[in-house]
Design a protein around this ligand. Structure first.
Ligand code: FE2
Length: 424
């Protein structure tokens, strides 16, 4: 007997009326109209069954700290970093765990079951590292949490940061991070990329660097990241995050740069909610959008994903762990409005993000983990339009979360009471 059988599901690739069978936490069959005895049967009623959402770029050590000890007045990245510097010494390990665990609850409710989070290693006490390693263990049954050792104040610029970063990796942090544009000079930035990529190569780890997160058209750290990746043979294991300078760079130079990124098989992560608010703050009018060149990177065959980056922290006052909100903003900022481009935005918070994290067994094929979310939408585009309700969230075939359908009761004059749902 099957553990779980889902009927009448629409799938992200457009197939309708599909059944999906689960046994021992794995998908064992995907076919139309499957009949078989099962412990639990779910009628999807034609709604979209998707692999879970994946956030490839987050800062869980800072999340849910909005207003502590004050709010960011200028709204800039630099004031955010300064504010985080004020907050860090005040946060206890218990508070860090409490905030992160609360965020993970939100994530599960939103069908977000894998998160790559950067964790600041510049505090020699490594409180945030210990806190997030603890959280990683606690949430392991329901969220795949991957940690990046992130030297927020610069691995060369901040005293002791390299040593702290290595100690974080020794403790079990998964990925090597960096922030070359925040080092003192372009030369130091390039040196930081080189040494961090070499460290990752030595230890057999992946790299995910905040790279050129500025409006400086002459920033060149993505080029160095691509160069070091191919030099060290790290193809497919390195991610450039943010990459916002690419928005402002000269078009001719970008045409060379994208070819280098493709050669190195870099992954690119844009963070639309955050970069549409942080970038262009020094502009008068016109104000640059600041998000990296998503359609052009996709057209070059580069794996592009969208991250949430921040929720209620020194950089961003909003957010709720909803990756559809992230994709919705990405779609608008990048003007990705064709049917195929909108579907690509859905992929950017599901399959492409899973590729960034290197997740095994992700997807809706036979043999994949039985992890999925049932959305109150008929297809990915409708899911984006409605930021669809997550009706049910499953991990390894077990129900983790349920939400009531979003339906309004209308009491209109001279009309019978009726229900309204904005889906097609
Ligand atoms: Fe970030």
């Amino acid at each position: 007997m099957l553990d779980l059988l889902i009927h009448h599901a629409s799938l992200p690739d457009g197939r309708k009326e599909m059944s999906l069978a689960v046994q021992d936490g794995k998908i064992v069959e995907v076919s139309p109209g499957l009949q078989a005895p099962a412990q639990q049967t779910v009628d999807a009623q034609g709604y979209l069954l998707s692999p879970p959402f994946v956030d490839p770029h987050f800062h869980m050590d800072a999340t849910l700290s909005y207003g502590l000890p004050r709010v960011n007045q200028s709204g800039t990245l630099l004031e955010g970093i300064a504010l985080w510097g004020e907050l860090k010494p005040l946060l206890t390990q218990d508070e860090l765990v409490e905030h992160a665990m609360a965020y993970c609850d939100w994530a599960v409710a939103k069908g977000l079951l894998a998160i790559r989070t950067h964790v600041d290693v510049c505090d020699a006490r490594l409180l945030a590292v210990d806190a997030l390693l603890d959280v990683k263990r606690q949430v392991a049954p329901y969220i795949n949490l991957q940690l990046v050792a992130f030297p927020q104040d610069g691995v060369l610029r901040a005293p002791g940061a390299l040593d702290n970063l290595k100690r974080a990796l020794d403790k079990g942090v998964d990925v090597v991070g960096g922030i070359p544009h925040f080092e003192r000079t372009m030369v130091d930035g390039a040196a930081s990329v080189k040494l961090l990529c070499e460290l990752a190569a030595e230890r057999g780890l992946r790299v995910d660097m905040h790279c050129d997160e500025s409006d400086d058209p002459l920033s060149r750290h993505v080029e160095t990241l691509a160069y070091e990746t191919q030099r060290l043979g790290l193809h497919g294991r390195v991610t450039g995050s943010h990459l916002t300078s690419m928005h402002s760079m000269d078009n001719y130079y970008v045409s060379k740069l994208i070819a280098l990124m493709t050669e190195a098989q870099l992954h690119a992560v844009a963070n639309p909610l955050i970069n549409i608010t942080l970038q262009g703050r020094h502009d008068t009018y016109p104000k640059r959008r600041g998000m990296t060149r998503v359609p052009e990177l996709l057209a070059a065959g580069i794996n592009v994903a969208f991250g949430h980056d921040c929720v209620m922290d020194p950089w961003y006052s909003l957010g709720s762990g909803d990756m559809l909100e992230v994709a919705h903003m990405g779609l608008h900022v990048a003007q990705m409005t064709s049917q195929s481009a909108m579907r690509a935005c859905f992929d950017a918070v599901t399959v492409n993000a899973a590729r960034v994290m290197g997740l095994a067994g992700y997807g809706l094929e036979v043999g994949c983990h039985a992890d999925f979310v049932l959305l109150q939408a008929r297809d990915p585009v409708e899911a984006l339009r409605l930021r669809a309700t997550r009706l049910k969230v499953f991990k390894r075939g077990q129900l983790l979360a349920e939400s009531a359908p979003a339906v309004a009761q209308l009491h209109l004059p001279q009309r019978p009471t009726q229900t309204a749902w904005m889906g097609a």
